[in-house]
Design a protein around this ligand. Structure first.
Ligand code: ZN
Length: 353
């Protein structure tokens, strides 16, 4: 028997501190050399079985898949939200979450970064737009919850299978060893409040559905918390205007209605507070301009140029505003009775505007 010399390798899986074996493996007369990584069912595993190695390879190929989709996006002059989402979910997400059952119990920021990038490419927002606003507008679930869902899908599969199967036996053994996947997953389930779902008597399919619902609830709650997190900034965070009209993690209707890329870009920048209005440019001035000094340069009103001033009050844009308000009052007859804040919220949140 002969072996293919370049394709036959030995890999020694071991702990970090253990040295690699120096045994000289041989097949007949041919000696076989060692390799430091191996690809099994499309998953790249290195000799120390480090997840970060696997993630690095996964994000690299997902990045390539994203570039391919984006090239098509550009060459056909943009796509609708539904088409882009479909392409993302069929071409990029499966690459990004490949083998997530094994590594998904750790929260990998690199994986989320790729998804954020995909969202940003579609919206076209500026690089200093907040990720919270981007994911809020797209309404995508975080990759972390998708990873956890995959993890518990695998966990339930090995836990509730025939007890003579070797995967089940290994799982039961792993449940008693704290650094192993099985025990870690169970501990995380306890923290997330899904332990009872795992231990319940329902079918696996039912459990998966319950876990999915629970993870989504947690995610929505975390998103709202981040939206209101001001980190001791006296003026609130950059999203102080955004949170007036957006408080649910669901796709914003403008992404589906506005198909012109430039319009979408400007609208999203306006929503997330990234247009070059004085309130935003003052943040980056050196030295930083005080909030009350970031005045509008285009009109005589001595007023801070923020999103509300720009949309509702600035004299400079009054001719453009006239048609907007005409349209708005045709939709809502009571608009004139609203106060300024309510008018602003109506304009920003009503679907047909
Ligand atoms: Zn003004």
């Amino acid at each position: 028997m002969t072996l293919h010399e370049t394709k036959t390798k030995i890999i020694h899986f071991r702990y970090k501190k253990a040295p690699r074996s120096d045994f000289n493996f041989k097949c007949v007369d041919m000696s076989i050399s060692f390799d430091n990584a191996y690809r099994y069912l499309g998953l790249h595993i290195n000799e120390l079985m480090e997840h970060k190695y696997t993630i690095r390879v996964i994000t690299k190929s997902a990045s390539r898949a994203l570039s391919a989709v984006y090239t098509k996006f550009l060459s056909c002059g943009g796509m609708s939200f539904d088409v882009y989402t479909k392409l993302y979910k069929t071409l990029i997400k499966p690459v990004l979450l490949h083998g997530a059952g094994l590594w998904g119990h750790n929260n990998w920021r690199e994986v989320q970064t790729i998804q954020n990038k995909a969202c940003r490419l579609f919206i076209g927002c500026s690089s200093n737009a907040s990720n919270i606003a981007v994911s809020g507008d797209m309404g995508f679930k975080t990759t972390n919850s998708a990873e956890l869902l995959e993890t518990y899908r695998l966990f339930l599969r090995v836990r509730y299978t025939y007890d003579y199967r070797i995967t089940h036996k290994v799982h039961m053994w792993g449940m008693n060893i704290s650094r192993l996947w099985d025990k870690k997953c169970y501990e995380i389930a306890y923290k997330l409040g899904i332990k009872d779902i795992i231990d319940s008597q329902y079918s696996n399919r039912h459990k998966i559905y319950d876990i999915k619902t629970k993870l989504y609830e947690i995610e929505k709650q975390e998103w709202v918390e981040k939206l209101y997190q001001d980190r001791n900034e006296p003026n609130g965070n950059k999203l102080r205007t955004y949170r007036l009209y957006k408080n649910e993690l669901e796709t914003s209707s403008y992404l589906k209605n506005v198909n012109d890329r430039q319009h979408r870009r400007i609208l999203s920048n306006f929503r997330s507070g990234c247009l070059p209005l004085a309130i935003e440019t003052g943040r980056y001035a050196k030295p930083k301009t005080l909030l009350n000094d970031r005045k509008c340069k285009y009109c005589t009103v001595d007023c801070v140029e923020d999103e509300k001033h720009f949309l509702m009050h600035c004299e400079f844009y009054s001719d453009l505003r006239y048609s907007l308000f005409l349209k708005a009052s045709a939709i809502n007859q009571n608009l004139n009775d609203f106060n300024h804040d309510d008018k602003f919220i109506f304009l920003m949140s009503y679907d047909s505007m």
